[in-house]
Design a protein around this ligand. Structure first.
Ligand code: NDP
Length: 279
C-alpha cells in the first residue's frame, strides 16, 4: 500500500503557520496586503480569485480586489499595475490569468515589480530560480517540494523525472528538484520511450495535462508519484494526469486528486505574500 501524501492536511499546516506569522507581524504594526486583479468574469477565474480571497481572510492578509471589466485596455491595466507597484502598503500583486485576448499577457507579467511578483512568473523571478538567487517561485511546483519535504521523502541524489515543460509547472519544477540535489530528467511531447524514462524515476512528477494517462506501466515499484493534473472526467468527477487506481498499488507514495497538489498552490501563494511582506 502506498503512502498517501495528504495535500489537504499539509496545506492546512502551512496556512496555520502563516496565520501565526501574520498575527505576529500585525502585532508589530505591519499588515500584509495582496492585490488581486481579475479582468472580465470568466467563471473559472472567479472561482480561483474567490478561493484566494478566502485564503487571505483565513490567514489575516488584507486583499484588495480589482474586478475590472472585460473591455479594460492593456494601457489601463498597465496603469493599475504601475500604481500598485508604487504603493508601499501593497506587498503582492497578482493578475488572474488568462487575461482577455486583446491584452498581451507577457507585457502584463513583465510589468509587475519582481519584488511583488507573488506568482513567480516574472522573468526576473524565473531567472533568479535558475541561478540559485532569492526570488519568488511559481506556487504549484513550490507546493510539490513542500509535499515531498513534509512527507519525509528524500530528494537529494534521487532520480527525478518531470513530465511536462510548461513555464508555470514543468520548468520551475525541474529547477526546484535540481536545487534540492535531485538528478532531473524533463520529458515532453517529443520524448522518445516516455515509459522507459519514467520507469527510472524514484520521484515522478506528472504535469502532462492528459486525464489518467500515466498508469502503472510507467512507474517503478516503490516510486513516489506526484500528480499535478486536474480534470473533470466523463462523470464530472475530478481526476488527475495519473491513473490512481492503477498506480497506487505499485507506488511507494502518491498524491490523490483531489486533495494532493491542488490545495498546495494557494498555500504557497499565501507563503509568497508573507515573504513579500517581510522583504
Ligand atoms: P501544459 O499543457 O502547458 O503542458 C503540458 C506538458 O506536457 C507540455 O510540456 C507537453 O509537451 C507535455 N506533454 C503533452 N503530451 C505529452 C505526451 N503525450 N508525452 C509527453 N509529454 C507530453 O500544462 P500545464 O503545465 O499548465 O499543466 C499540467 C497539468 O497540471 C494540467 O492538467 C493542469 O490542469 C494542471 N495544473 C494544476 C495546477 C494545480 O494547482 N494543481 C496548476 C497548474 C496546472 P510539449 O511542451 O512538447 O508540448
Amino acid at each position: 500500500m502506498a503512502q498517501i501524501i495528504d495535500g489537504k492536511l499539509i496545506s492546512q499546516q502551512i496556512k496555520d503557520e502563516l496565520k501565526e506569522k501574520v498575527a505576529e507581524l500585525k502585532a508589530n504594526g505591519k499588515e500584509i496586503c495582496l492585490a488581486v486583479i481579475q479582468v472580465g468574469n470568466d467563471p473559472a477565474s472567479t472561482v480561483y480569485v474567490g478561493n484566494k480571497k478566502k485564503a487571505c481572510e483565513y490567514i489575516g492578509i488584507k486583499s484588495l480586489a480589482y474586478e475590472i471589466p472585460e473591455e479594460t485596455t492593456e494601457e489601463e491595466l498597465l496603469g493599475i499595475i504601475d500604481k500598485l507597484n508604487k504603493d508601499d502598503s501593497v506587498h503582492g500583486i497578482l493578475v488572474q490569468l488568462p487575461v482577455p485576448k486583446h491584452i498581451n499577457e507577457e507585457k502584463i507579467i513583465n510589468a509587475i515589480s519582481p519584488s511583488k511578483d507573488v506568482d513567480g512568473f516574472h522573468p526576473a523571478s524565473v531567472g533568479a530560480l535558475s541561478i540559485g538567487q532569492k526570488g519568488f517561485v511559481s506556487c504549484t511546483p513550490a507546493g510539490v517540494i513542500q509535499l515531498l519535504k513534509r512527507s519525509n521523502i528524500e530528494i537529494s541524489g534521487k532520480e527525478c523525472v518531470v513530465i511536462g515543460r510548461s513555464n508555470i509547472v514543468g520548468k520551475p519544477m525541474s529547477m526546484l528538484l535540481l536545487r534540492e540535489n535531485g538528478t532531473v530528467t524533463i520529458c515532453h511531447s517529443r520524448t522518445k520511450d516516455l515509459k522507459e524514462v519514467c520507469k527510472r524515476a524514484d520521484i515522478l512528477v506528472v504535469a502532462i495535462g492528459k486525464p489518467r494517462m500515466i498508469d502503472a506501466s510507467y512507474v517503478k515499484e516503490g516510486a513516489t508519484v506526484i500528480d499535478v493534473g486536474i480534470h473533470r472526467d466523463e462523470n464530472n468527477k475530478l481526476c488527475g494526469d495519473v491513473d490512481y487506481a492503477s498506480v497506487e498499488p505499485v507506488a511507494g507514495a502518491i498524491t490523490p486528486v483531489p486533495g494532493g497538489v491542488g490545495p498546495m498552490t494557494i498555500a504557497m501563494l499565501m507563503n509568497n505574500c508573507v515573504e513579500a511582506g517581510l522583504n
